[in-house]
Write a protein that binds this ligand. Sequence first.
Ligand code: G3H
Ligand code: 13P
Ligand code: ZN
Length: 322
Amino acid sequence: MPLVTSTEMFKKAYNGGYAIGAFNVNNMEIVQAITEACKEEHAPVILQVSKGARAYANHTYLVKLVEAAVIECPEIPIVLHLDHGPDFETCKACIDGGFTSVMIDASSKPFDENIEITKKVVEYAHAHGVVVEAELGTLAGIEDEVKVAHGAESYTHPEEVEEFVSRTGCDSLAIAIGTSHGAYKFTAAQCTRNEEGILVPPPLRFDVLKEVEKRLPGFPIVLHGSSSVPQEYVKMINENGGAMPDAVGIPESQLREAARSSVCKINIDSDLRLAMTGTIRKFFNEHPDKFDPREYLKPARANIKELVRHKLVDVLGCNGKA
Ligand code: G3H
Ligand code: 13P
Ligand code: ZN
């Protein structure tokens, strides 16, 4: 089947109590790893491209890689989505350039300005059969050039969501309930430590999510910054020349709980990067004489694939839903 929008996917996910995985893609190996796992697990998927990915790999290369995945995986629905679109022009370029979904992220702007920018994108996107994700509230961490310090993040105000959705006409809404971008989601001061000395983050604000859900029944909610930062890969990186002390993510049990609610899309990027980096570091440590990129990218791709499979089955619950 050709690329699809997320409309049907989200309806089924909302009613079925699961979420769709939205994974960031930057190169061929990552596209292959994600889509092979989704094909084998019969899972619908959202492949998303950030502004940084477009700058790194070039819009056309990324679209063509995703089109190749569509040909190789005809049995699963695939959405091509712009992640954190910074302005109307970037969204327009993606709408005109083959994407089926865009995010306009004006969450750092004041409420009325966020509405104004989002509405403009929605009007253009809908006229071209493309759906729009918007954001209310700010996450800590780094989103392209926007860096939000720990302590400067703000949870979504549930009392604003109905007005925001009705005035903008957006198709899904990303909210801030305590997730955070990157591999260092929380400072040590925000966490406690378990017996092994690993940081335990503060729980997600399910009370905020429930309030949003009450005000927007049936409406798809999105969670960004939802990597769990697998300690297995942090350890692999640190044991093979890396230095990532106190990297910490969102516990998968909480993401599983979110996936059963109105959360229909869960964004995961950092975990894939950790799997790739850990695997390549280990490979070079064990094989200092090797220099063929295929030899180290192959195990990296295989480990990303297994990690994605784990997310589909144990976190998102979207296996078998294609
Ligand atoms: O939330 C951002 C995504 O992880 C994409 O990251 O801007 O480094 O491509 P990027
Ligand atoms: P992570 O950094 O937690 O993987 O979040 C990715 C994300 O939200 C992409 O938009
Ligand atoms: Zn994000």
